[in-house]
Write a protein that binds this ligand. Structure first.
Ligand code: GLN
Length: 523
């Protein structure tokens, strides 16, 4: 370890200049970073190994010395620093997870809906299954319920198939074969757009078409291997399965998908040399891929993170392709509920008939919910419920960033103390500069104009001491307290008198401004 004092070490060290081994482990787990996270596996191994070694050498096993700390830090320096300094996508992850657990418990009571029954395999799943997983773009993870059960992805494969086709063909070429418009019809409706092409990649016809554009001409086995390897890359190497019974069943009861295929072939929609049987089989294989909600949340987080898997750093898809994909998930991802979902939830999502919903909060997190009972539109009842509950508590709707929007939902992206104080400090700065426009915008965002900083200085103090009459008048119009005392007992009038700002003194006095001695005597 260098002679430079290590600020991270010091922040966690006790009087004897050592850090508790358990405290370090706890910081990681409370941040949502798992010990099996590929970025920290060796760090956790070393932590354990050093502990055992210390025991065998008769040394203190429960505390970490500065030099051991330095070695641990070097394993994954950026993540280590971000975890210990609380600079992750969701700073208060433990609180956030608790709130999500509450949502889960509430939604669990909902037993409405019916299992998909177009193939027997989906009807055999236990209807009460319910799993939910979250992975942030920094790899903070939370799971609850049946999050380790495998289920087939069904239509949740469509965003991935689309991204793979985009990576290979590029936007310009791919969209010669498939549109970007919601169809306004059910996902397997026998319909094409005015050009004789599938309306979009999120419905069956579009996904069948995108599949035809992934490694066309390669042997089916290689194409399958390729797709599976990409799913695995998205999932940070978590296990991805395949349900052969579902695949065989899909293939056997595929009249509608065959009809769509023939319809597209009749319209000459496919790239030349496409083999219809193979194209459809490939589509059924994609629907039969199996994941857990854990893996699916990591896949969703990869999309939320611009195509970069948070756990491995692998850039699986280009960010512009992910942007395309999220746009289409927003408008077409939830079957005939897509418009209403965009309106009420406002988060890109994709649903599958197995009861899965993959949700992508861009630049924040990915979420997967699995509960097999479906509503009449084919969406998981509990899945939709979870999404609605999520935005009723958190500002995750795309347009929750709207200026002037005021409500008491929280924004888990922000550190509560940072945002509370950060806004106040910005407001005080604006007041001291006389920037009433900025002050107004901050108030419009819900900032309390009477709020104080850690020295109990308010915007009114700053306006008074800097002689900014416009700021002062605006604050008084808002009805802030005229005589707040800062940590040293000074009122705004004291500040104005100290600086001899006569105009300020007179405005304050008009409004009942007092000096601290007058104020004190009255208290
Ligand atoms: N395998 C189903 C089909 O093609 C997938 C549909 C879905 O999840 N909506 O009909």
């Amino acid at each position: 370890m260098s002679e430079q004092p290590n600020k991270l070490f010091q922040a966690y060290a006790d009087k004897e200049n050592r850090v508790s081994r358990q405290a370090l482990i706890d910081v990681f787990s409370e941040s949502g970073i798992r010990s099996d996270d590929p970025r920290v596996v060796s760090l956790f191994k070393l932590l354990k190994k050093n502990q055992t070694l210390a025991i065998s050498q008769g040394l203190e096993p429960d505390f970490i010395t500065p030099s051991e700390f330095g070695t641990l830090q070097e394993i994954s320096p950026t993540l280590f620093e971000n975890v210990l300094s609380g600079q992750l996508a969701i700073p208060q992850f433990a609180e956030f997870s608790q709130a999500v657990a509450k949502i889960f418990e509430k939604v669990e009571a909902n037993h409405e809906g019916h299992l998909a029954n177009y193939i027997p395999q989906l009807e055999r799943v236990s209807p009460d299954k319910f799993g939910l997983s979250i992975c942030s773009i920094d790899g903070q993870r939370f799971d609850i319920g049946d999050s380790e059960d495998f289920f087939c992805v069904q239509s949740c494969s469509k965003p991935i198939t689309y991204c793979l086709a985009l990576e290979e063909q590029g936007e310009a070429v791919l969209h010669r074969y498939v549109g970007t418009e919601p169809s306004g019809k059910t996902f397997n409706e026998l319909t094409l757009n005015a050009k004789g092409l599938p309306h979009n990649p999120m419905i069956n016809a579009g996904a069948i078409m995108c599949g035809a554009l992934i490694k066309p001409g390669a042997p089916p086995s290689d194409r399958f291997d390729y797709v599976m390897s990409k799913w695995k890359d998205c999932a940070g190497s978590m296990k991805i399965g395949f349900d052969n019974a579902v695949y065989l069943s899909e293939r056997q009861t595929a009249d509608r998908n065959f009809a769509l295929g023939y319809f597209m072939r009749e319209k000459k929609a496919f790239p030349k040399d496409a083999n219809l049987q193979e194209v459809l089989e490939f589509y059924f294989q994609c629907c039969s891929i199996e994941v857990t909600t854990q893996a699916m949340s990591i896949i969703a987080a990869t999309l939320a993170n611009g195509g970069n898997c948070p756990l491995t750093g692998a850039q699986v898809f280009r960010p512009d392709h992910v942007k395309n994909c999220l746009s289409l998930m927003s408008s077409c991802g939830m079957y005939d509920f897509s418009g209403e979902f965009a309106f009420r939830v406002g988060i890109p999502a994709k649903s599958g008939v197995s009861g899965a919903i993959m949700l992508v909060v861009p630049n924040v997190l990915g979420m997967a919910v699995w509960s097999p009972r479906l509503d009449e539109l084919g969406n998981s009842v509990r899945g939709v419920d979870v999404c609605l509950e999520l935005v009723s508590r958190f500002k995750f709707h795309t347009f929750d960033s709207m200026l002037g929007l005021r409500d008491d939902r929280s924004d888990p992206r922000r550190n509560i103390y940072d945002s509370r104080l950060g806004g106040t400090i910005a407001f005080c700065c604006a007041a001291s500069e006389g920037d009433v426009g900025e002050m107004r915008r901050l108030v419009a965002r819900g900032l309390d104009p009477g709020a104080c900083d850690y020295d109990r200085r308010t915007a009114l103090h700053l306006a008074a001491s800097e002689g900014k009459v416009a700021s002062l008048r605006y604050l008084l119009e808002l009805g802030v307290e005229v005589n707040p005392m800062d940590r040293w007992g000074n009122t705004p009038l004291d500040d104005a008198e100290r600086q001899n700002h006569l105009d300020i003194i007179s405005v304050l006095t008009e409004h009942g401004g007092k000096r601290h001695d007058e104020r004190r005597s009255r208290l």
